[in-house]
Ligand binder design. Structure first.
Ligand code: FAD
Length: 392
């Protein structure tokens, strides 16, 4: 990375952008609409991304990956979403791209050797189990409990919204190993595992949801699931800190996905606004249509800049909490606004499924809620950056 200020991607990064865009372009609107409507995992797309070697982008080279940074990962995520694949495409590969970070950093050598090469090849699907119905965003309140029993743990509890659980062989599972009331800090006493989803002890039920239907999100009921102690990541009781480690990069990835959807929605809106003639003029000649689109362009470009700053800081080992949170907040907002305006530009056709705009609208709405809500981002900025009192 050069010392001076630069807004240019390196040649390698530009090549990544171009190659991913070319690959993703092979999957057209019809493909994504069909998968979304059929609630079917986009296996062909996933296999193509794996076949191109992209799943291992951030996995260390010794495990078959490319050892690249979050900058490259966000370029990939943005292009995948921007291709029109949106969140259906991005969520199908999201966990492989950076979700294994707790394993990479804190996992045992055996665990890494067993799982990371399989992530790279695309053969291993993993989901991430944190959210619980009664805990919400207050992760310290989770109650799924892992009780030590000899060389195993026995787990009981319930998770909700777990994406891709239906398609996954393993789950990165956050549990409690010490009751909240018996710990010094509420976030102590949480333990993280990477373990097999044994269907005899894990019941998975898809949730009917508003969009991104090619990738399931599920209720997960865990009933006396035995987990060998070797499946624990790092030390008992430190699971929350391991998860924290991956939160900033995850926010950046989500930001990039929101940005990608915003870009594709804007492109489609511009095309339609130039072509659609009403009252003897293209509708894009009207400032009521043109200005919101121009405004979205400015907002997407500005959001991208803070994202680029965040990824640069992270890849250069500098603290990036402020920027990562802002990037998620601003990209989610700009992405959704662009999709909403694209829908308005398309008039009645925006509301139909034919133009895919309604799919972008439904999918871009998600990033204002998950994996962390806009309110929690403002809470972080308000209390951690500005020094205001906490509400959480
Ligand atoms: C499609 C989808 C996929 C998902 N995939 C996964 C997954 O793979 N794994 C996983 O673990 N989870 C997943 N989630 C869960 C997601 O991370 C949570 O939905 C999200 O973190 C919000 O938590 P909650 O739904 O419990 O909201 P709640 O905690 O119930 O919050 C409800 C609302 O209250 C607001 N609120 C709460 N407290 C405060 C406060 N102090 N100040 C201001 N506002 C506040 C929140 O911002 C939110 O708007 C997914 C969710 C969705 C919708």
């Amino acid at each position: 990375m050069s010392g001076g200020m630069s807004f240019e991607l390196t040649e390698d990064q530009q090549l990544i952008r171009q190659s991913v865009a070319e690959l993703a372009a092979k999957f057209d609107d019809h493909y994504w609409m069909t998968k979304d409507q059929a609630h079917e995992f986009p296996r062909e797309f996933y296999d193509a991304i794996a076949g191109g070697g992209w799943l291992g982008m951030t996995i260390p080279e010794e495990y078959g990956g490319h050892g690249l940074g979050i900058t490259e990962a966000t370029i990939l995520a943005e292009e995948v979403a921007r291709s029109g694949g949106g969140m259906n495409a991005a969520s199908s590969i999201h966990m492989s791209i950076f979700g294994m970070q707790p394993v990479v950093v804190f996992g045992s050598d055996e665990m890494k050797a067993e799982t990371l090469p399989r992530i790279v090849s695309g053969d291993l699907h993993v989901c991430f189990g944190v959210t619980e119905p009664t805990a919400g965003l207050d992760t310290s309140r989770i109650t799924t409990f892992a009780k030590r029993d000899g060389s195993d743990y026995v787990v009981n509890g319930r998770k909700v919204w777990i994406s891709k659980a239906l398609e996954s062989e393993k789950i990165l599972l956050l549990t409690r190993t010490t009751p909240r009331d018996d710990t010094a800090k509420p976030t102590d006493g949480l333990t993280l595992f990477l373990t097999d989803i044994d269907r005899d002890h894990v019941d998975i039920r898809p949730i009917t949801k508003m969009g991104r239907n090619a990738v399931s999100s599920n209720e997960v009921f865990i009933d006396d699931l035995r987990i060998p102690a070797e499946h624990r990541i790092g030390e008992e009781g430190k699971g929350f800190s391991y998860i924290l480690h991956g939160l900033n990069p995850e926010r950046m990835l989500i930001a990039a996905e929101a940005l990608g959807i915003g870009r594709v929605a804007l492109d489609r809106a511009v095309k339609y606004a130039n072509e659609r003639v009403v009252f003897d003029r293209p509708i894009g000649m009207n400032q009521g249509i043109q200005f919101p689109l121009a405004d979205s362009l400015a907002r997407l470009d500005a959001a991208e800049l803070i994202l680029r700053k965040a990824t640069w800081l992270y890849d250069n080992g500098k603290s990036c909490g402020r920027e990562a949170n802002m990037a998620k907040y601003l990209c989610a907002d700009a992405g959704f606004a662009a999709a909403d305006r694209a829908l308005q530009t398309h008039g009645g056709m925006g509301y139909s499924e034919e133009y895919n705009i309604s799919r972008f609208f439904r999918e871009s709405r998600l990033m204002k809620i998950a994996p962390v809500s806009q309110e929690m981002i403002l809470n972080f900025l308000g209390s951690h950056v500005l020094g205001l009192p906490r509400s959480y």
